[in-house]
Structure formats: C-alpha cells, structure tokens
Write a protein that binds this ligand. Structure first.
Ligand SMILES: Cc1cc2nc3c(=O)[nH]c(=O)nc-3n(C[C@H](O)[C@H](O)[C@H](O)COP(=O)(O)OP(=O)(O)OC[C@H]3O[C@@H](n4cnc5c(N)ncnc54)[C@H](O)[C@@H]3O)c2cc1C
Ligand code: FES
Length: 255
C-alpha cells in the first residue's frame, strides 16, 4: 500500500469537550485504500518542543467527500497545538501507516472495546465491519457522562454499551467489568485503550478462547520502522509497533 506525505486542508476542527477535538481533513489523493487500525504521523508546526511527528489513528473516512477524521485527545504541547488549527489551515501527514484489524469470519459474534482516546480507531473499524454484514456490540468507557464523546456515531454501527467510572451513565466502573462479559458470548474482540485495559481484556479472551486483537499505542518516533523505539516483545521476537502493528493478535504478545 502506497504511503504518502502530503499537506492536507483542515475542513473542520470540531471541539467535543475540554480534552477532545476532531479534525476533518481533505487532500487531493483518493483515500479508498485506508484500512481500519491504520494511523498517520502528524507534523506539528508552531510547537518548537514537538520535534517529532505524532501518531494519530484514522477515526473515520468519508469516501463520498474524500475526507477523513482524526479524533485527538489533548495530552501535551503537540496535541494542544493541533487543537488550535482552524478551517483552511494546512496539516502535513505521513499516511496511511501500520497494519490493520482483520475482518471477522462468517457468523462470528463481535465486540469492540474502547477506552479514552482508544475509542478513536474503533469507529472506522465498526463501519468497515458493518459494511461487511456484521452488527457489532461496542463498549465505550469514560470517566463520567460529561466526557462521553461520539456516542451517536457509534450508535449507527452497532449496539452501544457505556461504562463511566462514577456511574453517571451506563454501568459504573471500567469497561472490563461490564456485564456483557458474563452474559454474552463473543467469538472475536477488538480492543484499544490504556495498556492495563487491553491486558485485562487479553487475559479474559485467552481464558475463554476468544480471538482478540488489540491496537497498541506505544510511544513512537519515526513511525516507519527506522528508529526501533516502539519495539514490542512478541512470541515472534521483537516487533515494531509502527510497521508490524499497531494491531496485534494477543496470542502473539508476551503479555
Ligand atoms: C499508533 C498510535 C495511534 C494513536 N492514536 C491516537 C488517536 O487517535 N488519538 C489520540 O488522541 N491519541 C492517539 N495516540 C496517542 C498520541 O500519539 C499521543 O497522545 C501524542 O503523541 C501526545 O503528543 P503531545 O505532544 O500532545 O504530548 P507529549 O508531551 O508527547 O506527551 C504527553 C503525555 O502523554 C504521554 N504519551 C505520549 N504519547 C503516548 C502514547 N502513545 N501512549 C501513552 N502515553 C503517551 C507522554 O508520556 C506524556 O506523559 C496514538 C498513539 C499511537 C502510537
Ligand atoms: S517508531 Fe521508529 S521504528 Fe517504530
């Protein structure tokens, strides 16, 4: 798959709350080769301390408009600078990078699990799965009801369950303690979020013999397999999260 390095136009910068915003981007190239789970390396101009590009997942793709979206959490100077971009501004990206989630097999029951900015790649994945004939269950975890984002978008692709840490919406607690895990049986679970959450889901899947793919968010520098700073220890030896991942079957990880 061809990688490109391009200046893209910001069509919209939509602020969702204090922490999250969505950039909708348009460029000249056709974007019909994007795969769910892939990411872009975003150059942050105007932030002298942000020397390296920042990896951000492809959140959504609009093939009719030929635009795509990045859902970004403000974590530090780089993402804060991106949050100030306005309509018509230019953003330089290297994309699409990394591997992708695999499709479910016929009649498999599928669950998507996301927490924090880990929900970002799951919308594109959910749409892709739905367009292939599956209606997934989706669990999204947030700190409280005020921090819930993109709820309506996920509702369009499947059955959505919410957890909040304070119980202000959905079930109280973390995604990992949601009752679907004891009441429903899945064949395949896709997961993205904090490491502790992905490790807990991975442990559950291994015990229950469920296929599980996680999207790792290891720190990255080059994003193209050159610097080896994103190494993950796997049963196949050391792998680069940026080119061998970010999506891994948990059976391949030494977790
Ligand atoms: C493949 C991949 C996809 C990603 N997709 C998204 C996405 O769709 N949306 C999104 O908001 N973020 C995503 N991230 C995380 C995002 O890249 C970081 O939050 C961002 O680089 C922080 O940059 P900064 O300059 O704002 O903050 P920095 O000053 O670089 O970091 C701020 C704080 O966040 C921590 N941090 C930085 N990067 C990460 C990371 N990868 N994992 C955990 N902690 C980190 C730092 O240690 C520091 O404590 C993704 C990361 C990877 C590797
Ligand atoms: S980020 Fe450089 S090798 Fe992965």
């Amino acid at each position: 798959m061809a990688k490109r390095i391009n200046d893209l136009k910001v069509i919209e910068n939509k602020r969702l709350n204090n922490d999250f915003f969505i950039l909708e981007l348009a460029g000249d190239n056709k974007i019909d080769d994007f795969k769910p789970g892939q990411f872009a390396q975003v150059r942050v101009d105007g932030s002298p301390e942000t020397f390296l590009r920042r990896p951000i997942s492809i959140h959504d793709v609009d093939y009719d408009k030929n635009t795509f979206k990045l859902l970004i959490q403000i974590a530090g100077p780089g993402t804060r600078t991106l949050s100030k971009l306005g309509n018509g501004d230019t953003l330089n990206l290297v994309y699409p990078l990394g591997n992708s989630f695999s499709l479910p097999k016929k009649d498999e029951k599928v669950l998507l699990v996301g927490g924090g900015c880990g929900i970002a790649p799951l919308l594109f994945l959910g749409k892709y799965i739905k367009s292939n004939g599956y209606i997934p269950d989706i669990i999204l975890g947030f700190r409280n009801s005020e921090r819930i984002i993109e709820f309506e978008e996920y509702l369009k692709i499947g059955n959505v369950f919410i957890t909040t840490e304070d119980g202000s919406m959905g079930e109280k607690g973390y995604v990992t303690s949601h009752t679907v895990f004891s009441t429903r049986r899945y064949d395949r679970i896709y997961c993205c979020g904090p490491d502790s959450m992905m490790k807990a889901i991975s442990g559950y899947c291994k015990k229950a013999n469920i296929i599980c793919e996680v999207s790792l968010e290891n720190l990255m520098a080059c994003g193209i397999g050159a610097c080896l700073c994103c190494i993950v220890d796997s049963v196949k030896g050391n792998l680069c999260t940026c080119i061998d991942g970010p999506v891994f079957n948990v059976n391949d990880l030494k977790w």
